[in-house]
Design a binder for this molecule. Structure first.
Ligand SMILES: Cc1ncc(COP(=O)(O)O)c(C=O)c1O
Length: 365
């Protein structure tokens, strides 16, 4: 039995009639850009995310960029981020003309909160923790540091819809939160889509304006903005999916628990969930001494797998000028040589998981 890394088609088949009729409605209503579906999604997502305002936009990278623009980040500013994430987290800072300041991760793959304060300088404007793989960063500690140093906090929540720390939803601790609805995400559209969340009406209004050419009213451009609106088709798909996200999240958590239990005595190191946290397992990431050999063995036996991510961001060619060395990020450096993401999606069965575990256990390398 082969086990794919993800299976978006299985989810489509599970709710095919609902998806097909939602798409047909958008076409027959010609509700293509923003409009009633996006508006409905914003209200629905605010309720789900337990936050005052959701502003939809074109993707999760734009969402981060727009929030940085709202907060006035520009040349000369520094923003603190973890060394391990998808490149968007760093590049949105650089493309504002500001400098990303990288901090090593801890054993949960999120920013090491004990190393943040030593990176704060007079130029530091904010912190952007990432709830990587669906694991919440330690938001109470991050907020304590941010308040002490008067910094903003944008929670990059692209991989963590529904995650919680101490019973509180992520993306509600900081100044604002940013979500991606890229198709493979825990809540994914059928194309690119993103969203900003905040309890501040002022931030929400400004974000909405920037995402729509700086116009609070049609043809009244009070500032220069950009075109970053959610399209109606994506919003309609997301409205179909949203009522099921809790079920899917619980399925992910159950799959992760089964993996962790069955891999207890194996040669891989399983993920650590912080005390009191709700990890929503966008990815189930393990470590192995011979990661590349294990990956080949999995591939040879029809088991999908991937690396998230092979290189810590500070070592990407685009940040070579910052002059970091491996000694600056020992945990991220070691992790990137050992991590492998195993198949994880709600529609997986116990048989799929057992097959993955069996294959890992049969690796002699
Ligand atoms: C942590 C993180 N931040 C930001 C993004 C950007 O989202 P998008 O692909 O929707 O632009 C992603 C997407 O992969 C991500 O994983």
């Amino acid at each position: 039995m082969n086990v794919p890394f993800v299976d978006l088609h299985a989810q489509y088949l599970r709710y095919k009639d609902e998806f097909d009729s939602a798409i047909a409605n958008v076409i027959s209503e010609t509700a293509f850009i923003s409009g009633k579906h996006a508006k409905a999604f914003e209200a629905n997502f605010s309720e789900y995310a337990q936050v005052g305002h959701t502003v939809s936009c074109a993707n999760g990278t734009d969402s981060l960029e727009i929030l940085l623009d709202v907060l006035g980040v520009g040349p000369g500013d520094e923003v603190i981020i973890p060394a391990l994430s998808w490149i968007s987290t760093a590049e949105v800072i650089g493309t504002r003309g500001a400098t990303p300041v990288f901090v090593d991760i801890d054993e949960t793959y999120t920013i090491n909160v004990d190393l943040i304060e030593e990176k704060i300088t007079p130029q530091t404007r904010g912190i952007m923790p990432v709830h990587l793989y669906g694991c919440p960063a330690n938001m109470p500690r991050i907020m304590e540091i941010a308040e002490k140093h008067n910094l903003f906090v944008i929670e990059d929540s692209a991989q963590a819809h529904g995650a919680e720390w101490g019973g509180q939803r992520i993306a509600t601790f900081g100044t604002a939160g940013s979500f991606s609805f890229y198709p493979g995400k825990n809540l994914g559209a059928y194309g690119d889509a993103g969203g900003m969340v905040t309890d501040s009406e002022e931030i929400a209004n400004k974000a909405r304006m920037i995402a729509n050419h700086g116009q609070p009213k049609k043809h009244e451009h009070i500032m220069e903005g950009r075109n970053s609106r959610m399209d109606g088709m994506q919003a309609a798909i997301l409205n179909v999916k949203l009522p099921y996200i809790e079920t899917w999240t619980e399925e992910r958590i159950a799959h992760a628990a089964r993996y962790t239990e069955l891999l207890k005595e194996s040669s891989v190191q399983t993920p650590i969930v912080p005390e009191g946290a709700r990890h929503v397992f966008h990815l189930y990431v393990v470590q192995h001494d011979d990661r590349d050999g294990l990956r080949q063995h999995l591939a040879d036996h029809g088991i999908g797998n991937a690396i998230h991510y092979p290189t810590p961001m500070p070592f990407m060619p685009c940040y070579a000028h910052l002059g970091y060395t491996e000694a600056d990020f020992p945990v991220a450096t070691a992790a990137c040589k050992r991590i492998v993401s195993l198949p994880m999606y709600p529609e997986m069965t116990n048989e799929h998981i057992d097959r993955v575990v069996e294959t890992i256990n049969s690796y002699g390398g």
